[in-house]
Design a protein around this ligand. Structure first.
Ligand SMILES: [Zn+2]
Ligand SMILES: [Zn+2]
Length: 349
């Protein structure tokens, strides 16, 4: 009997490894990189800047479109400018239901109408949903014409998606969708986005986790913590951290968590990360900060990095900064940032 416990632990560990093991090696000619297709800063003159996020993730022989930007026409133009073939995508991930991440889906579907789309499952959500009809209270004393479905509801009630016929697979818990590729599902608790479900893509590579995030509404630290529970070595985080209106103490605390608690190797912030966070991350990470403006390609190969723009922060040309600031105001729908700015101005008078 004494031997059983270690044996069972060993079996347990082995089965964990098989679930969460790294992505399988791809054919040598397949690309390993992330290309930013939609953002509000960047220096590629062939692309159009706008508020929103989209990235093409090419890794382990898979081509994954993560989010689709804010405007179908701009998204289409940026996709063409980069020569991205949407017909050969393996799947699409829509991180959450905000329009600056999903408005380009119409264009994707016009090119590839059957592509598999992973999206968060939400009650009566825009990507469709369903509920067992047992959810509502019945009153059998009523005549049939006063009862839902005449008193005989279907077992499951289905609610429509805004994109009819699209091949959605709805995710409501963290799920490994392909070997080594996990969608982390978390719910936001922040004012303004309470109960919003968001998916982040975590890829377990032999060199550590590559994490792609949309807006990080549930909190970037919670997302990284979930990724670290699969593999504690966090190799790269790319995407929006949603600190665009966060005060300095929150920015400082987040940078410290990423650098010191999670020991994130490289970081490629974009979208709603926010200018103060760009600056703080650049200072803390130095040349492990990878510039990720619109049109940038972040190589993910084992010996990647020599041709990467490191430690630059967002493009600092004045016109680029002006665009980012103008577009970022959209992330302040409740006027929090503006109110704070006015308060600071008043206190300086
Ligand atoms: Zn966003
Ligand atoms: Zn959002």
């Amino acid at each position: 009997m004494k031997l059983r416990a270690p044996f069972l632990i060993a079996v347990g560990i082995l089965s964990l490894v098989s679930i969460a093991g790294p992505v399988t090696a791809a054919a040598p000619e397949s690309k390993s990189q992330i290309t930013i297709l939609y953002d509000a800063f960047g220096t590629d003159p062939s692309m159009t800047k706008d508020w929103g996020f989209s990235a093409l993730v090419e890794i382990a022989g898979k081509r994954i479109l993560f989010d689709t930007g804010n405007d179908a026409d701009i998204f289409a133009a940026n996709v063409k400018a980069k020569g991205v073939d949407l017909k050969t995508l393996d799947f699409v991930v829509l991180s959450h239901r905000h329009s600056d991440h999903m408005a380009g889906l119409n264009y994707v579907l016009s090119i590839n109408p059957t592509v598999k789309i992973y999206a968060p499952k939400e009650g009566f959500g825009i990507y469709g949903s369903s509920l067992p009809s047992s959810f509502y209270r019945k009153d059998e004393t009523l005549p049939p014409e006063m009862r839902y479905y005449g008193g005989s509801p279907p077992q499951v009630m289905n609610f429509g998606a805004a994109w009819r016929g699209a091949n959605f697979e709805l995710i409501d818990k963290t799920t490994e969708i392909a070997p080594g590729m996990t969608l982390i599902a978390l719910v936001s608790d922040a004012p303004g986005t309470k109960e919003l479900n968001e998916l982040s893509l975590a890829i377990n590579t032999p060199e550590g986790m590559v994490l792609v995030v949309g807006c990080s509404h549930p909190g970037i630290e919670r997302i990284v913590e979930a990724a670290a529970s699969i593999n504690p070595k966090i190799r790269l985080i790319a995407g929006g951290f949603h600190l665009v209106v966060a005060p300095d103490d929150v920015v400082a605390k987040t940078v410290a968590a990423l650098k010191d608690t999670f020991k994130v190797e490289s970081i490629a912030p974009g979208h709603c990360t926010g200018e103060p966070m760009f600056a703080a991350v650049k200072k803390a990470f130095g040349d492990r900060y990878l510039y990720a403006g619109l049109g940038t390609t972040l190589p993910l190969g084992a010996n990647a990095g020599s041709d990467m723009r490191r430690g630059e922060g967002p493009a600092l040309q004045q016109d680029d900064l002006t665009t980012y600031r103008r577009l970022a105001r959209r992330e302040d729908p409740f006027g929090i940032l503006q109110a704070r700015r006015l308060r600071t101005k008043a206190s300086q008078l």
